[in-house]
Design a protein around this ligand. Structure first.
Ligand code: PGA
Length: 253
């Protein structure tokens, strides 16, 4: 059975002191993860070591970087490599978030290269995809997302994609309080799974965890995660409140 994952995306929020307090509060708030469930914390680079240490000994709880560079090492001032992340025992790397595609011009090809370098260093990518409002309004979201998948993932092997993690985040639902309906989420997640099945076969597609992102809150997580092809969520705003994120973790199937 594929993994069910509650992934926090703290984005560029919190001081170290606030981040540590948030994690302490969350650890103190009752929440439970069974063997098939994971909590992943996508925290700013400077806090990865500290938050990783706080999670030491906690079952099925992992840290994620929010990005990495696509080059091995060298004269790239200000960038962080996959090898550096590996050296501090980071588990996951969020790649291709719509904010990075939009503000930092991350292309399909660059994301393909970032995924490769993560795999080369034993890091697990969380690959984000999703359409802007205009594409949804034109009802062309399926082909839009299909292109994102094809261009950045289809060079990978079936083995690499077995147990892979994709996050579908419709841009119009991110930080807007406007969640995709359960039906809209399920429809797109099923589409993503069928795109992967057509290329790699049903067994690979069925092993992929597809997370939904975009205004997941404590009060809607259970419904969204309850959809058959939704395997948890990538959560921004609500992951900054310990009590809310604990409820979201407890809403996993
Ligand atoms: P949100 O962000 O939960 O605040 O909408 C989700 C994301 O961008 O990952």
């Amino acid at each position: 059975m594929r993994k069910q994952i509650a992934a926090a995306n703290w984005k560029m929020n919190l001081t170290l002191q606030q981040a540590e307090t948030l994690m302490d509060e969350l650890i103190a708030t009752p929440h439970e993860l069974n063997e098939n469930q994971e909590a992943v914390f996508g925290v700013p680079f400077p806090y990865l070591i500290s938050i990783k240490n706080k999670l030491a000994g906690k079952k099925n709880a992992f840290v994620a970087a929010q990005n990495c560079y696509d080059k091995k090492s060298g004269a790239y001032t200000g960038e962080v490599s996959a090898e550096m992340l590996k050296s501090i025992a980071v588990d996951y790397v969020i790649l291709g978030h719509s904010e990075r595609r939009e503000y930092f011009n991350e292309s399909h090809a660059m994301l393909a290269a970032k995924i490769d370098i993560c795999f080369a260093n034993g890091l697990k990518p969380i690959f984000c995809c999703g359409e802007p409002l205009a594409i949804r309004e034109a009802d062309t979201q399926n082909s839009f997302v299909e292109t994102q998948l094809k261009e950045s993932l289809f060079h990978l092997t079936a083995e690499q994609l077995t147990g892979f993690v994709i996050a579908y985040e419709p841009i119009w639902a991110i930080g807007t309080g406007k969640t995709a309906s359960n039906e809209q989420a399920q429809e797109m997640h099923a589409h993503i799974r069928s795109v992967m099945a057509n290329q790699y076969g049903a067994a690979v597609a069925d092993s992929i965890s597809i997370l939904y992102g975009g205004s997941v809150k404590a009060n809607n997580a259970k419904d969204i995660f309850g959809q058959p092809d939704v395997d948890g969520g990538l959560v921004g705003g609500a992951s900054l409140v310990a009590a809310d994120f604990a409820v979201i973790i407890n809403s996993l199937k």
